[in-house]
Design a protein around this ligand. Sequence first.
Ligand code: AQP
Length: 422
Amino acid sequence: MGYGRTRAGTWAGFQAPRGECVDVDAGPGGAGGAGVMRLATEPDRREQGQGSPGQGAQRKEPETRPRAFSGIQSSGRLHIGNYLGAMRPQVALQKTHDAFYAVVDYHALTSVHDASELRRLTREAALDYLAVGLDPEQSTLFRQSDVPLHTDLCWVLATVTPLSWCVHLPTFKDKKKDQAGDVNLGLLSYPVLQAADIIMYKAVAVPVGKDQVPHIEFAREVVRRFNSIYGETFPEPQAVLGSAPLVLGIDGTRKMSKSLKNHIEIFASREELCARVGTMVTDTEKVRRGDPGHPGRCNVFSLHRHFRPESAGAAQGAGGGAEGGPGELAADLAEISASCTEGKLGCVECKRRLAGVIDAHLAPLRERRAELATRPGRVDEILAACAARATRVAAATMDEVRAKTGLGRITYGVAGGGAGGR
Ligand code: AQP
């Protein structure tokens, strides 16, 4: 099975049933889609205008692939929940979609209030993205704050978004608890900015983890509201889920998350990785080594699965290397399941084997990241060129939004570029 295909066989997100997510792993599909409104793939004069040289800006226009957008917060080291749930499907999607991926530092600002820390984390996240296989020749990888039009559109959307929609979002309620000492207005408007990020590029596909589905539904509601007031402008985006939409943390009960500190970093050293996997909670009903286990109820077994054959196609797409070929890994998985169920395989050994398979998968990614880290100028170049391309597309959208809402028309500059030491 491979990522990058839709069950519905169409990516015209605004034609799909409302609220439905697309499983990126399932079934044949293809690009396309026509609708009454201007499509995300339709080139705009402003977009085609001033091409700037460099990575990501050299592709041939007009782009005909449907658009995708997703973001990742630079609020901490990325973990295998981010990787399996979002980054791997995102990398797969870049083959079929004109993908815009942003390191969303405006969002991270809602929790990180230290300038050098935010800069560092933003650079790290960009490096992580490139290391897992994001190709700046195929995708537009940029830092969100390099395209300040995102906050411009966020304000416009805020004026059509009922306050109650934000206040009642479960994710806001969770954040209020997690960040009790810092419940800022940015946390409340977080999903509005996220909606702005997505629709700025008229994206129809949004590859994310399951926890983000309510935010994509929120963005769809905002689109409907805007379109009903100002006329058809934006397509309704659709969430795209991969084969691991919800990865549990090492506690085996809650979502793997930086803030819950139950995560396993993607780019931890081999030793750290083994230590973290070693502390994972296993099947609670298997108390002694010889007790029969229940792989279907064990988070360690879930991870065995996510790093094995059924994801092997995607793993290759994402640049991961696995121990053995897909056939060998599938047989290995079946053997683990059988011997755990029969009480022959102890949890310690099962975790040792899991650490081995994850390490083998991540080792080439680690190498690529280390290599990229020696060339910071190259990363800055990529981010700058991609920010220029994102700005051209965003400027076209904002021209349309400003005209429809009665705001003034302005000239847009290209900000920043590069996450490095300013
Ligand atoms: N455990 C997970 N399983 C599957 N997908 C996940 N994602 C995050 N955790 C899991 C997906 O990763 C993308 C980026 O997420 P983010 O940068 O917005 O961070 P997050 O969801 O807020 O991740 P954390 O670790 O939970 O961050 P904190 O603790 O800082 O809030 C998203 O697509 C998300 O679905």
